[in-house]
Design a binder for this molecule. Structure first.
Ligand SMILES: CSC[C@@H](O)[C@@H](O)C(=O)COP(=O)(O)O
Length: 339
């Protein structure tokens, strides 16, 4: 599996996900503006990957600062943090990672600036490594829920591409597959940016895990025919009451799963849990460009060029539709999350 994000030769190297599935191309970001732009343009996307990338963006920005005085260095770094934090509003991992980077600076008050710069690179690397470990652990706990011969529906891409590696929802799939369970995945294409079609299908095919692509509006029919046994999705932010913000369309899948008596799981690391947000209706939902809906990935027009469009990138699935949240610590009922 290729690495989604890494610190390489003093730059932040990203696998450019806008080029997938046809081209595997890397983008070397050499300043924090380029990192912020890459996050905004979905060249890197998925809540944990956004957090890791932002942390690396903070470390990168710090290297270029010339301030020798601590207060000045800190003020300039906080401006960099604000710039990175303004890229996307929904995935809480972004803010979690930036706060973690800020704490490194505060802990090093009085240390020489070169030492603080090194500590920031180390912290960003640690966030990446921890994320991979959390994903493996999510995979371990989640795979216990999957039986041989089951078909799993997933939405969007919550895979290695969306994380430091291994994936959350797809981490569960991967772990079950590695245990020798005969499973298959149904990937919803995930209009309008097609993370399911372009990314999940590609990622699973790379690992030889059986995957079938469907359009989003086919999920209900397949459930009715008994062709889906369990649903597993990722999350961008989980509020204290267990509501889950994830890619637009997740809520529809959850409602359909409930109507057909199919278990619906959310797989996410603790960095996606936001205990400061009491419920899902308080989660900020990103609205993206109308062109994403009017066109096929910016090229062919699918609708009249002037038609009015509404394009929320995420929706909120209420806790009571969720069978369990799979974290690195185990599986928890949404209502018991804050405990
Ligand atoms: C492990 S990734 C979980 C979520 O971030 C994922 O399901 C998702 O909604 C990604 O949205 P995106 O707009 O592609 O960043």
């Amino acid at each position: 599996m290729v690495q989604t994000v890494e610190w390489k030769d003093g730059a932040v190297r990203l696998l450019d996900q806008t080029k997938l599935p046809l081209h595997v191309e890397f983008l070397d970001c050499r300043d924090y503006f380029a990192v912020a732009q890459a996050i905004r343009e979905l060249r890197v996307r998925g809540a944990p990957a956004i957090g890791i990338t932002a942390a690396m963006g903070v470390a990168l920005g710090a290297q270029a600062l010339v301030a020798t005085d601590f207060d000045r260095f800190k003020a300039e770094l906080w401006t960099i943090c604000d710039h990175l934090a303004a890229t996307r509003p929904t995935a809480v991992n972004l803010f979690w990672a930036i706060e973690r980077m800020k704490r490194v600076v505060d802990r090093h008050q009085g240390s020489p600036i070169p030492e603080i710069k090194m500590a920031l690179i180390d912290e960003a690397q640690a966030i990446l490594q921890e994320d991979i470990r959390m994903c493996r652990s999510i995979g371990y706990h989640g795979a216990l829920l999957i039986k041989n011969d089951q078909t799993i529906l997933t939405h969007c891409n919550a895979g290695a591409l969306a994380t430091g590696g291994y994936g959350t929802a797809l981490g569960v799939v991967r772990a079950a597959w590695e245990q020798g369970k005969k499973i298959r995945v149904i990937a919803g294409e995930t209009r309008p940016v097609l993370q399911g079609a372009r990314l999940t299908a590609w990622e699973l095919m790379q690992d030889g895990i059986p995957v079938t692509l469907i359009t989003d509006n086919m999920a209900g029919a397949l459930m009715k025919q008994g062709k889906i046994h369990v649903c597993i999705v990722g999350a961008d932010r989980i509020s204290a009451n267990g509501d889950v913000a994830n890619k637009i369309g997740t809520y529809s899948v959850a409602v359909l799963a409930r109507a057909h008596g199919i278990p619906f799981y959310v797989a996410a690391p603790s960095s996606t849990i936001d205990l400061n947000t009491i419920s899902g209706d308080k989660i900020p939902i990103e609205e993206r460009s109308s062109e994403e809906v009017r066109t096929a990935l910016g090229s062919t027009h699918l609708a009249p060029p002037e038609v009015e469009v509404y394009n929320p990138a995420f929706d909120v699935t209420p806790a009571d539709l969720i069978t369990g949240i799979i974290t690195e610590r185990g599986v928890v009922e949404p209502a018991r999350l804050s405990l």
